[in-house]
Ligand binder design. Structure first.
Ligand code: GCV
Length: 706
């Protein structure tokens, strides 16, 4: 082909793509839920109202510039409107965005009392009259809340809500809504399945990857307001001056989006560096001890905190994993968790910083049942923690299993704000290879009634502070983001980031509603497509439980890797924390007896949950083998034996994945082709893996049961 011919071919291809729009449609997932694809019928949305033609966003700041940019971009994409910015509302069809401070027009509306009730982060969106003209108003007390309101208005358009009579008042239920990154300083991510860390430490602070801003924008669109950028298995070098400069650059980039920066710290940071490479002990200082009651240690932290705030004036605080999995902590010096947390808290307090002290503790030497440990160590300390300390607990008592009963700490520490830690990254749920929508799982935890103060004491009421009147409230999600072009590895894993953010803002949203929103914002607004994908997502968690760990089985994954099945994993002569330790299968039966005849972990729950879990007859079958060791021929509610029921669940898991594949095929040609084939490939892997789980587990347990 000569060059002239090649050029002609190129032109023909270009014209073809321009006409069919195919090139524009290919979606690599980078835009997340913020692509703002054009609505099929933009005019329909605004029936009875004028098409938006201008926006009034008085005053100026970095955040307000983001607000302007976002409205313009959103309306251009969604409705094809070339929005202009005006000084005042002088005609119909204007969007007015302002706080009582920035806008006289907002002040004139007389919404002061309502705004006051909405607090710092809430917003109002209303169809209203301004200067005698019909306008859509976004009003709030703070500029960042205007950004939340802006994203919400755009979400309404993305999800095809009519815009003629809007009257929305929204405020977050929880104050600290954070992502926790388990990112290491060498760029790897512990339990990360979407590439390398987003943070380019070697380039910072000189070079700011545009992705940092895109990351902050995505979080702000959900109302997330903080991020812990490094792994809880913390490397102390993060506190060195050189790194503080890098962190300053990140914090500066996140600030306009309302995202505060937090750090995981290693408790032994004041110590000299460890001699052994890779050791979890040691620090960056020159002290002989990290004892939290030692005056020199306390001064070291005070000085370090002062240094941090000099660089990042709105720094959020510290997340701490102490005396857990080899990480140093106050117990190394005969002190308790509150001694450690309070020392850090007193250094942070003058600047408004907080401590999130993790409750993920267990000890093979002293525990016969790992599930009981956190309760034993933390409940006696209720009331001893300083006022700016959270105790951060995972949703379940073991470790982010496909399904766990709720952690017994929730409800048991009325004087200590508990922060809920969820895991967005799918450590135990098929990594970024399996389609598992996690919102139904998180709702199961949030809605669980602990009965701490009688019925109606759900985990959500503990977390949002309403049950115990906590002075501060928080929720954290272990991030699933990475350097992969589509951020999360699996396209559907984006839905879990999205769902975490939405639930952090409003835990009353249903998993179905959140899925609908996400589908409309990413895949299609066609009602049938939305229904089909929604059903697939809603069934996916239960499917995963079925093919991995049904009926309360847990932690039978490959040791360390936590991906495939390894029910046979034993580590003679010590059996602690092996698969065999958790399932206890033998020829007599299967399951971990945590009832009053066994480890008595059931006693850590409030009555009547305690009794319900303790009694085989009333224990929900989904938790059966978590709490009870039962014979293979135990009669289940269905009339089948336990062994038959286990088989039925593993079969059902595979069946659902097959159905997901069939369903997905019906979407061919109806959604973006690139996403279609990406997910098609992932589902193929998921079926192969589910089959391996099924075959391995049934062969293993069958060797005892049959
Ligand atoms: C960050 C589990 C995970 C670890 C993780 C730990 C934790 O043990 O497998 O990778 O470490 O939980 O939450 O601290």
């Amino acid at each position: 082909m000569n060059s002239r011919h090649a050029f002609q071919v190129l032109c023909v291809v270009a014209v073809f793509f321009a006409l069919t729009g195919s090139a524009a449609r290919a979606n690599d997932g980078y835009g997340l839920w913020l692509n703002y694809d054009r609505l099929a019928d933009p005019a329909r949305l605004q029936t009875g109202r004028e098409i938006f033609s201008a926006a009034v966003v008085p005053s100026d700041s970095a955040t307000l510039r983001v607000v302007r940019e976002e409205i313009k971009r959103g309306l251009d994409g969604l409705l094809g409107i070339d929005l202009s910015f005006a000084e005042t509302v002088a005609h119909n069809g204007v969007i007015l965005v302002g706080t009582l401070r920035t806008s006289a027009a907002i002040r004139s509306l007389g919404w002061d009392t309502e705004l006051k009730e909405l607090g710092r982060e809430g917003f109002l969106i209303r169809s209203s009259q301004v200067n005698g003209h019909r306008a859509t108003v976004i009003a709030a007390n703070e500029e960042v809340s205007l950004l939340y309101g802006t994203f919400h208005l755009l979400r309404l358009i993305q999800t095809k809500r009519t815009l003629d009579k809007i009257d929305i008042a929204s405020r977050p239920h929880v104050q600290y809504r954070l992502l926790n990154h388990w990112d290491n300083m060498d760029g790897s991510i512990e339990r990360g399945y979407a590439g390398r860390s987003l943070w380019q430490w070697d380039e910072l602070p000189a070079k700011i990857d545009p992705r940092y801003q895109h990351y902050a924008r995505a979080n702000a669109s959900l109302g997330l307001n903080g991020t812990v950028v490094n792994n809880v298995n913390a490397n102390p070098i993060i506190l060195q001056p050189e790194y503080l400069e890098k962190l300053r650059a990140l914090a500066d980039t996140f600030r306009p989006y309302g995202i505060k920066l937090f750090l995981s710290i290693r408790f032994s940071s004041p110590l000299r560096p460890a001699r052994q490479a890779g050791s979890r002990r040691g620090g960056i200082g020159d002290l002989e001890t990290a004892d939290p009651l030692d005056p020199e240690v306390r001064q070291w932290w005070k000085d370090k905190v002062k240094e941090i705030y000099a660089v990042i004036p709105d720094f959020g605080g510290f997340l701490v994993k102490a005396n857990s999995e080899g990480m140093p902590g106050p117990q190394d010096y005969g002190r308790h968790h509150a001694d450690g947390a309070n020392m850090l808290a007193s250094a942070l307090k003058p600047y408004g910083g907080i401590v999130m002290w993790r409750a993920f503790v267990y000890d093979a030497k002293t525990d016969s049942d790992r599930a009981k440990r956190a309760y034993k160590e933390f409940v006696p300390l209720d009331g001893v923690f300083a006022s700016n300390v959270f105790v951060q607990a995972k949703n379940g008592p073991i470790d982010f299993q496909p399904r766990e009963p709720v952690h017994p700490l929730f409800g048991a520490m009325p004087k200590t704000p508990l922060m809920l830690e969820l895991q967005i990254t799918q450590e135990y749920l098929g990594h970024s290879k399996h389609l598992v929508y996690l919102a139904p799982m998180w709702k199961e935890y949030l809605d669980f009634d602990t009965h701490a103060k009688g019925s109606g004491s759900s985990v959500a009421t503990v977390i949002d502070g309403s049950l115990h009147d906590y002075a501060m409230t928080g929720i954290a999600g272990v991030a699933n983001t990475g350097s992969d072009r589509n951020w999360c590895g699996h396209f559907f894993a984006q839905a879990n980031w999205y769902a975490f953010g939405r639930l952090a803002w409003d835990h009353q949203l249903s998993a179905e509603t959140i899925a609908d929103e996400w589908i409309c914002m990413t895949l299609s607004r066609d009602e049938q497509v939305v229904r089909t994908v929604n059903a697939m997502m809603m069934g996916s968690w239960e499917a995963c439980i079925n093919y991995m760990t049904p009926l309360g089985l847990h932690h039978i994954m490959q040791a360390g890797f936590h991906y495939g099945p390894q029910p046979s994993y034993a580590n003679a002569p010590r059996q602690d924390w092996t698969s065999v330790y958790y399932h206890r299968a033998d020829k007599h039966g299967v399951g971990f007896d945590r009832s009053s005849t066994g480890s008595n972990a059931t006693s850590q729950y409030f009555s009547p949950v305690r009794e319900r879990f303790d009694n085989v007859a009333t224990c929900p079958e989904k938790y059966l083998l978590w709490f009870h060791h039962l014979p293979w021929d135990h009669k289940m509610a269905s009339g089948r034996t336990l062994w038959q029921e286990i088989q039925r669940h593993y079969d059902a898991g595979i069946e659902t994945v097959k159905q997901m594949q069939t369903t997905w095929e019906t979407l061919k040609g109806r959604i973006d082709p690139e996403i279609f084939s990406h997910v098609q490939g992932k589902l193929e892997t998921q079926l192969q893996d589910a089959t391996i789980w099924h075959d391995t587990c049934l062969a293993y347990f069958g060797s005892f049961a049959n």
